[in-house]
Design a protein around this ligand. Structure first.
Ligand SMILES: Nc1ncnc2c1ncn2[C@@H]1O[C@H](COP(=O)(O)OP(=O)(O)OP(=O)(O)O)[C@@H](O)[C@H]1O
Ligand SMILES: [Mg+2]
Length: 460
C-alpha cells in the first residue's frame, strides 16, 4: 500500500519545477570562463555564454556599475535563457530584478517611477552590524508560577560554555520566547542581547544519546567555547527600494508584502541617498550593484530610453541587461527607425552580446534536456523527428510539442513518446508558418482581413 503513494508525491514536485527556463542552472562555464558544450542545462551558444560569463565575473567582483549590456538575436536563440543563467551564477547575494519591457505601462504609476523603482530594487545595501549575543548550551530551564497562582511567571535559565556556567533571571518576555522556541536542556542557543531573540543552533553532542525519538533533521553542534557573551558581526543585504518603502510615510513597510507600493516621493529618496552615503563613509554599509534585466526592451518608448541614459550615469546605478529580438525598427514614441529599436545614443553605451541560431546538434541536445526536465521518455527516432521539426519551424514550437506528445503517448498507454505521437501533435497544432499559410489560403472567410477590398462589415 505504501508504494502506491510514492508516485503521487513525485508528481507534485515535478509540476513545480517546470517552467520555460527551469532547466537552466547557470552558464555552464569552467574556471577559465570557457563554455562547456553542455553544462548546467546550457547547450552551445558558446561565444554569448562566454561573454555573459565575463560580465557576471565583473559584477561579482564589484568592478562594474552603471554599465549596460544588450543581448540581441533572433527569437528563440536563448537570450532570456542566458539572462536566467547569469542570475543563477550570480548567487543570492547579488540583487537581480527581472522585468518585461511592457510591464512599465501596466503599473499604476508613471513610467519613470516604475523604472526608478526597478533600478533601486537592483541595488543592494550591505549593512554591517555588531551585536552582543549570549551563546551557550542550556543546562537547565526553570519556569514557575508564583505560589499564589496569580501574577507573572518567574524563570531561570542556566547556560554554560566549556569554560563557564551562569544562571540568568528571565523576564516575562524572555519566558515567552523560551516557551515558544521550546528551549530544553541540551540545546545550544544564541540570544540577541538587544532584541532578546532566541535562535537554536542545534543540540549539544554530549546529549546525542539522550533521546531516541529525535528526528533525522536534528543537528548536533559542539558546546561553545570561551565566554558566554560574545560580539558578533551580522550582515544584512536589503535593496534601496526596500529602504525607500519602509521610510515612505504614505506606504509603510506593509506595502512590501502587498507589492502595492505606489509612487514614492523624491524627498524620501534624497534623504535615503544621503543616509546611505553617510553609512558608507562610516564604514557601516557597502553598496552592492545588482542587475536589472529588461526583457523585450524594444517595448520601452523614447522617454524611457532617455531616462535610462540619465539613470546609468548616477553613482548608485546597477548593471543594466537588456534583451531584444528586433532588427532595424521604429523607436517607440517616434517616427525614427534604429537598430534594435533603441536610440543611437543609448546603443552607443552598450556592450552587445549577440546570439546566433542553433545547429541541429545543439537543438537536439536542448530538446533532450527539456525531455529530461519534463520527465518525458522519448525514443531516439522521435527525438530525431522532433529535431527536424525544430529546424524547420522553431525551437519553442518543438519544446511545446514535447508536453503534448507525452500526453498522447500516455493516452495510448505507451511509456515512450514515439514518432507516431510527434506526428499526431504536429498535425493537431500548427506552428506559426503553417498558420500563416492557412490564413493566406482562407483569408476570405475571416473577419477584418486587410487584403480584400470589400468586407461584409462595410455593408451592414
Ligand atoms: N543554449 C541553450 N541551452 C539550453 N536551453 C536553451 C538554450 N537556448 C534556448 N534554450 C531554451 O529554449 C527556449 C527558447 O529560448 P529563449 O526563450 O531564451 O529565447 P529568446 O532568445 O529569449 O527568444 P525571444 O526573442 O522570442 O524572447 C527556452 O525554453 C530556453 O530555456
Ligand atoms: Mg526572450
Amino acid at each position: 500500500m505504501a508504494e502506491t503513494k510514492v508516485p503521487e508525491v513525485r508528481d507534485i514536485t515535478r509540476i513545480e519545477r517546470i517552467g520555460a527556463h527551469s532547466h537552466i542552472r547557470g552558464l555552464g562555464l569552467d574556471d577559465a570562463l570557457e563554455a562547456r558544450q553542455v553544462s548546467q542545462g546550457m547547450v552551445g551558444q558558446k561565444k554569448a555564454r562566454r561573454a555573459a560569463g565575463i560580465i557576471t565575473k565583473m559584477i561579482q567582483e564589484g568592478k562594474i556599475a552603471g554599465r549596460a549590456v544588450l543581448i540581441a538575436g533572433q527569437p528563440g536563440t536563448g537570450k532570456t535563457a542566458l539572462a536566467m543563467g547569469m542570475a543563477q551564477s550570480l548567487g543570492a547575494d547579488t540583487p537581480f530584478t527581472a522585468m518585461g519591457g511592457s510591464e512599465i505601462f501596466s503599473l499604476e504609476m508613471g513610467k519613470t517611477e516604475a523604472l526608478t523603482q526597478a533600478f533601486r530594487k537592483s541595488i543592494g545595501i550591505r549593512i554591517k552590524e555588531e551585536t552582543e549575543i549570549i551563546e551557550g548550551e542550556v543546562v537547565e530551564v526553570q519556569i514557575d508560577r508564583p505560589a499564589t497562582g496569580t501574577g507573572a511567571k518567574v524563570g531561570k535559565l542556566t547556560l554554560k560554555t566549556t569554560e563557564m556556567e551562569t544562571v540568568y533571571d528571565l523576564g516575562t518576555k524572555m519566558i515567552e520566547s523560551v516557551t515558544k522556541e521550546k528551549v530544553q536542556a541540551g540545546d545550544v542557543i544564541t540570544i540577541d542581547k538587544a532584541t532578546g531573540k532566541i535562535s537554536k543552533l542545534g543540540r549539544s553532542f554530549t546529549r546525542a544519546r539522550d533521546y531516541d525519538a529525535m528526528g533525522p533533521q536534528t543537528k548536533f553542534v559542539q558546546c561553545p567555547e570561551g565566554e558566554l557573551q560574545k560580539r558578533k558581526e551580522v550582515v544584512h543585504t536589503v535593496s534601496l527600494h526596500e529602504i525607500d518603502v519602509i521610510n515612505s510615510r504614505t506606504q509603510g513597510f506593509l506595502a512590501l508584502f502587498s507589492g502595492d507600493t505606489g509612487e514614492i516621493k523624491g524627498e524620501v529618496r534624497d534623504q535615503i541617498n544621503t543616509k546611505v552615503a553617510e553609512w558608507r563613509e562610516e564604514g557601516k554599509a557597502d553598496i552592492v550593484p545588482g542587475v536589472l534585466f529588461i526583457d523585450e526592451v524594444h517595448m520601452l518608448d523614447i522617454e524611457c530610453f532617455s531616462f535610462l541614459n540619465r539613470a546609468l550615469e548616477s553613482d548608485m546605478a546597477p548593471i543594466l541587461i537588456m534583451a531584444t529580438n528586433r532588427g532595424i525598427t521604429k523607436i517607440r514614441g517616434t517616427n525614427y527607425s534604429s537598430p534594435h529599436g533603441l536610440p543611437i545614443d543609448l546603443l552607443d553605451r552598450l556592450l552587445i552580446i549577440s546570439t546566433s541560431p542553433y545547429e541541429e546538434k545543439a537543438l537536439e541536445r536542448i530538446l533532450k534536456i527539456r525531455c529530461e526536465e519534463e520527465d518525458v521518455e522519448m525514443t531516439d527516432d522521435a527525438l530525431a523527428v522532433l529535431t527536424k521539426v525544430a529546424m524547420e519551424t522553431s525551437l519553442r514550437y518543438a519544446i511545446h510539442l514535447i508536453t503534448s506528445a507525452n500526453l498522447t503517448c500516455r493516452k495510448r498507454k505507451g511509456t515512450e513518446v514515439d514518432v507516431e505521437d510527434i506526428k499526431k501533435v504536429y498535425s493537431l497544432f500548427f506552428d506559426q508558418g503553417r498558420s500563416a499559410q492557412f490564413l493566406k489560403e482562407y483569408q476570405q472567410e475571416f473577419m477584418f482581413n486587410e487584403q480584400t477590398e470589400s468586407s461584409t462589415m462595410d455593408t451592414s
